[in-house]
Design a protein around this ligand. Structure first.
Ligand code: PEP
Ligand code: MG
Length: 577
């Protein structure tokens, strides 16, 4: 590893090379900015910003309160009602507004100072009860601050064209709201190939490097940056020779993409005639353009949870219906595997008001939430089923750990279907129902689950983290996150074998499906479908059409006899070079 201060190594999470100016993004700014407002216009804008952050905060707490009422937690609901009152406290607002309009401070600084003085005021009260209220003031202050800075990010930050965004972390909800046209690259201290922000960057074709650790903090706003998303490298303020060298690499990469693009209409068939399906992972109808441009044959994973982000309450059934219908229509009858919401883990919804968990990836997530909160699940199923007549949908449940969950989810689906049909609402009555294989228990018991599923899709992002007990987000243990570990490979192989034994289709929609190093190995295992960010499709197709299934099977046999992933990776590198 290089130790040069101007050279940072991370993980290449979205391929490509970017050369541009650093845009250092600060989130949850708890430091005073010292900004002085220059004119009446900016004063009004800051007041508006503050009021809108308070409104978003009130909406969030309202939504959390309503959840508490629904689940019978009256005490919690009362506390939340008190928080809503505090959020709207006229004295706090007056103080903030006075600092903005008279002292010409930014809304961020005015709020920080106000909350600080109110917290001190409460803390110093003799009455124990009142003194304890200082924590409530701090809490609402933090919430407004978060919304204030979010609104700065989403609406007010004007990224200059070609900016390379530098951040400690980027939440999936942040990245979906950014103006991607202006952004040339992303670099983050934390994260990995399978964190959802990285997956989105890849789907938008924007080079990204994650897991750089604190080394990234030395970068200043406006520094010239080279970001190599293939090798996972950042170079700060490079000299002219290095810029020229990377400009050439950037052009070579772009040319290679154009050559691969010419494979768009070529069928993904091996030299000895085995055909597989290459499909795309999407999160909205917009992503379908890329799927068609890259010659994708449909959607292997439609992550629906992104519709639920960047808002203050759950989307209604009609809103969801419109969103899914758009995908159905735009997909031109190509198959679309629509996955029911997978919230939790790194995809949190502020307005849902879930208590913080010690291990969110092992906690209240995905199908577990849907089986517990049937209202949320049924609303989504209604919307999906209503939209199903406009395209070729298949429904997929995430995070299935056992057959009881699958049966329970299918029972709710059947009841929802029957109810709609009883109300004379049209839907695709034969819609297929499959599951993600992303928990080791599901991969081990694939024989049991295959009997009651129409298809499998292997989610290696989670399967790998759960099998190896390695948090997919944690850059400190990034070297332990290893899809080529023999244990992970055995689980994948078993899932494929059991699916075929029970005559069901098996795909893969985790990031491993887009790794050319894994293509022949997976092909040799018999995988039927590879689903990935659309931009990776040509690369994987190139690998399939230039190899034989017989050769892939030999490679798989050899790999499955090997006992350590270092040797497996070295062997696979050798075979594809
Ligand atoms: C996976 O776990 O591999 C997967 C595709 O699901 P997600 O990345 O959305 O958790
Ligand atoms: Mg998953």
């Amino acid at each position: 590893m290089k130790t040069d201060k101007s050279y940072i190594e991370g993980i290449g999470v979205s391929p490509g090379i970017a050369i541009g100016k650093a845009f250092v993004l600060k989130r949850n700014n708890t430091e005073l900015t010292g900004i002085e407002l220059e004119n009446e216009e900016s004063i009004s804008a800051e007041i508006e910003k503050f009021d809108s952050a308070v409104k978003s905060s009130v909406d969030e707490i309202e939504s959390i309160k309503n959840n508490s009422i629904r689940t019978g937690e009256t005490e919690a609901a009362e506390i939340l009602e008190a928080q809503i009152e505090l959020l709207q406290d006229p004295e706090i607002r007056d103080s903030v507004l006075q600092k903005i309009s008279e002292e010409r401070k930014s809304s961020n600084d005015a709020l920080l100072e106000t909350i600080h003085s109110f917290v001190e005021l409460f803390k110093n009260m003799d009455d124990e009860y009142m003194s304890a209220r200082s924590a409530d003031v701090q809490d609402i202050g933090n919430r407004i601050l978060k919304n204030l800075n979010q609104s700065i990010e989403k609406e007010d930050i004007k990224f200059e064209t070609g900016s390379i965004v530098i951040a400690d972390d980027i939440a999936p909800s942040d990245i979906v709201s950014m103006d991607m046209k202006q952004i040339a690259g992303f670099a983050t201290c934390s994260g990995s190939k399978t964190s959802h922000a990285s997956i989105i960057a890849k789907s938008k074709n924007i080079p990204a490097v994650a897991g750089c650790g604190n080394n990234l903090l030395q970068i200043n706003h406006g520094d010239t940056i080279i970001l190599d998303g293939i090798k996972g490298i950042i170079i700060i303020n490079p000299n002219e020779n290095i810029i020229n060298e990377y400009s050439k690499l950037k052009d070579d990469y772009a040319n290679k993409k154009v050559i691969l693009q010419s494979l768009k209409d070529v069928a993904p068939i091996t030299t000895d005639g085995r055909q597989v399906k290459l499909t795309a992972n999407i999160s909205s109808a917009n992503d379908l353009n890329e799927m068609f441009e890259n010659g994708g044959e449909g959607i292997g994973l439609f992550r629906t949870e992104f519709l639920f982000m960047n808002r203050n309450s759950f989307p209604t059934e009609d809103e969801q219906f419109e969103f899914y219908k758009k995908v159905a229509l735009k997909s031109k009858n190509k198959p679309v595997i629509i996955r029911t919401i997978d919230i939790g883990g790194d995809k949190q919804l502020d307005y849902f008001g879930l208590p913080e968990e010690q291990n969110p990836f092992l906690g209240y997530r995905a199908i577990r939430i849907c089986l517990d909160r049937k209202d949320i699940f049924i609303t989504q199923l209604n919307a999906i089923l209503r939209a199903s007549i406009f395209g070729n949908f298949k429904i997929m449940f995430p995070m299935i750990a056992n057959v009881q969950e699958l049966r329970a989810a299918k029972k709710i689906l059947t009841e929802t279907k029957n109810e709609l049909l009883a109300n004379k609402i049209k839907l695709d009555e034969k819609i297929q129902v499959g599951i993600m294989i992303e928990i080791p228990a599901a991969a081990i018991a694939a024989d049991i689950l295959a009997k009651e599923s129409d298809f499998f899709s292997i989610g290696t992002n989670d399967l790998c983290q759960y099998t190896l007990a390695v948090d997919r987000m944690n850059d400190k243990i990034k070297d332990l996150y290893d899809p080529f570990n023999p244990a992970v490979l055995r689980l994948i192989q078993n899932s494929i074998e059991q699916a075929h034994k029970h005559n069901i289709h098996v795909g893969m929609c985790g990031e491993m499906a887009s790794d050319p190093l894994a293509t022949l190995l997976l092909l040799g295992m018999g995988l039927d479908e590879f689903s990935m960010s659309a931009s990776s499709i040509p690369d994987i197709k190139n690998c399939i059409i230039n190899n034989s299934y017989a050769n892939a099977s030999t490679i798989t046999k050899k790999v499955m006899e090997m006992d350590d992933s270092k040797n497996i990776i070295a062997y696979l590198k050798e075979t594809i070079s």
